[in-house]
Design a protein around this ligand. Structure first.
Ligand SMILES: Nc1ncnc2c1ncn2[C@@H]1O[C@H](COP(=O)(O)OP(=O)(O)O)[C@@H](O)[C@H]1O
Ligand SMILES: [Mg+2]
Length: 327
């Protein structure tokens, strides 16, 4: 097939980010021809490039437009209008999963548990559940732990009001206040459409996390502090394959991930982030329909653990997408 690899303009920069090179190689090995295209600041050149190449499939990695992650679903919507076939979720799925508050509301309807919450905007509450401290405050439409730092975990009303106000200021959007789920954190890759499968679990191991800090995959834990030293939170988190987890609990977590994938109308692939308390209560934290697909990402590592090598994984996603259109 002729495949356009559509990516965000700013996100991916080869020596730092090998994803695009890896994708090209994987697609080539499977007999496809690929061409890269940045979902740029202007829509016309993007349309022109797509019309010129006439791809059989777009590998849609675009997670933002004009630097705004809230415009992610519009890129997929444009592909629909251009009558192009593309990998990953439709605008509906991207919207449901892209707004953490909406995600929680849909999951609740389907009986899938997520942390109790409240949503607020400029002093007005949209919904206030029966919530208890500690709480975690986050912008509902960001990713990559943007806006989530150690300060986001609050223990009293004063801290809560301070963080609500600074989060609102910075993101100019409502804030999501969730009960803090103290427990283990798992990332569950899900792949498929009519037959949906969960990949082996990856756990974010906090055992080396700085003592006394709430264990969260904060901005600092994901990307490191400013400066050369990556910092204690980054060094203290490691994605591992859990060994001390019963088959029964593993299956329950995978079931929750698959149910979430279907409830949120996701397609082809996604990664669901989940927390599990010591009492084995399962809470879905969020769904990532456009999760990172680099060879060492949680998703690709989990696929490999499940027997799907990297190049085969990329080809499989392309096949899953194409198959949807030929039904
Ligand atoms: N309700 C919660 N309880 C405990 N930790 C949470 C909760 N929500 C988020 N976190 C922590 O914050 C991290 C980032 O939150 P998440 O909602 O996944 O945002 P992002 O989209 O930026 O990844 C999670 O991986 C988890 O470690
Ligand atoms: Mg997350």
């Amino acid at each position: 097939m002729k495949i356009t690899v559509l990516h965000s303009k700013d996100a991916l920069d080869p020596p730092f980010d090998p994803l695009l090179d890896q994708l090209d190689a994987a697609l080539a090995e499977n007999g496809h021809t690929s061409r890269r295209l940045a979902a740029d600041d202007a829509v016309e050149p993007m349309i022109a490039a797509l019309r010129d190449f006439q791809p059989d499939l777009v590998f849609n990695l675009a997670e933002s437009f004009r630097g705004k992650s809230s415009l992610e679903s519009n890129v997929a919507a444009l592909l629909n209008l251009l009558d192009l076939r593309y990998t990953g979720s439709s605008p509906a799925g991207l919207i449901l999963a892209g707004d953490k508050t909406l995600t929680k509301k849909v999951l609740a309807f389907h009986g899938i548990q997520s942390a109790k919450f409240a949503t607020m905007y400029r002093g007005q509450s949209d919904w206030v559940g029966d919530i208890d401290f500690p709480l975690l405050v986050k912008p509902p439409q960001e990713d990559a732990s943007l806006g989530i730092t150690q300060k986001s975990v609050v223990n009293d009303v004063k801290e809560l009001l301070d963080v609500i106000s600074s989060t609102q200021q910075e993101y100019q959007s409502p804030v999501l206040v969730e009960e803090f789920i103290d427990g283990r954190e798992f990332y569950v890759g899900v792949i498929g459409n009519s037959k949906v499968e969960a990949l082996p679990l990856i756990e974010l191991d906090f055992s080396k996390f700085p003592v006394g800090l709430p264990k969260i995959a904060s901005w600092e834990a994901k990307w490191g502090d400013d400066g050369d030293e990556k910092g204690a939170q980054f060094e203290g988190t490691q994605a591992i394959f859990p060994t001390n987890l019963s088959d029964e609990l593993t299956e329950k977590i995978q079931r929750a991930a698959i149910d979430s994938f279907q409830a949120l109308r996701l397609r082809d692939y996604a990664r669901i982030d989940i927390r599990v308390t010591p009492e084995e209560e399962i809470y879905v934290i969020e769904a990532n329909p456009n999760c990172y697909l680099e060879r060492h990402s949680e998703f690709a590592r989990a696929a490999q653990k499940g027997g799907l090598e990297y190049n085969a994984l990329i080809a499989r996603i392309a096949e899953l997408a194409s198959a949807r259109y030929s039904r």
